[in-house]
Write a protein that binds this ligand. Sequence first.
Ligand code: SF4
Ligand code: SF4
Ligand code: SF4
Length: 252
Amino acid sequence: MTKPKVAFFDFSSCEGCQLCVLDLAPQDLLDLLEVIDIVEFREAISEKSDTYDIAIIEGSITRDSDIPRLKKIRETAKVLIALGACAAIGGINALKNFQPKEAYQRDVYADDFNKFETTTARAIHEVVKVDAFIPGCPIDTSEFVRVVKNLVLGKKPDIPTYPVCVECKRNENICVYEKGIQCLGPVVRAGCNARCPSNGGYCFGCRGIIPEPNLHSQKDIMQKYNLSFEQMLGKFKLFLERNKEVFPDGNK
Ligand code: SF4
Ligand code: SF4
Ligand code: SF4
């Protein structure tokens, strides 16, 4: 069987999701290399290729001048995967979308703020068609391997559509709400094995909101623990801000 050629590309990102791929367990990496041929991956190899079957894109689009490059990648690839929260939902970059442009330009570039091109951050699917996405900030490496293998075999990517709470309860964690801590687990996409609440933290939403969130459940929890919608939104601004339209009436 001819192995599909895979190329990695990055736009605005911290490159942490690509680092996760580089940090795969040796056996996972070997398994992956049995089914794909990596032809471009700036963080790992110096080779480049004008042809590839699968493009894996990290980062969000934050400059209009990035768009022709992204469109060219889309035209070349048969399958395009958005890698990580920046690419899949805009991620941390999208926080600037809720500030005046000059404010975030000055924060980053101070007096030189006018010299550098920037605009609102967009997820990859807001610019070109995306065939599959791998959520998370950063990604879950076992999920990455599974999704890529599934796509190579012509199967569906198999990303969970149920919430983090399912995995959290499976891990027999005590819910952090019982300790007075807020958590977005009821409405955020599982697949990380409830990484944060299982390790002393809480879910802050890096994998994005599930397709059909049970808003009643989240609202019931907020009411039970006497939390306002504004308190919740403030705490989870990092990834939730762009999704706040799914909570149209808050906790009224
Ligand atoms: S999703 Fe997170 S880890 Fe991945 S590139 Fe973006 S900021 Fe970095
Ligand atoms: S709300 Fe958070 S801590 Fe509680 S069960 Fe759900 S994921 Fe776990
Ligand atoms: S628990 Fe929530 S914030 Fe933590 S990795 Fe999973 S989805 Fe992301």
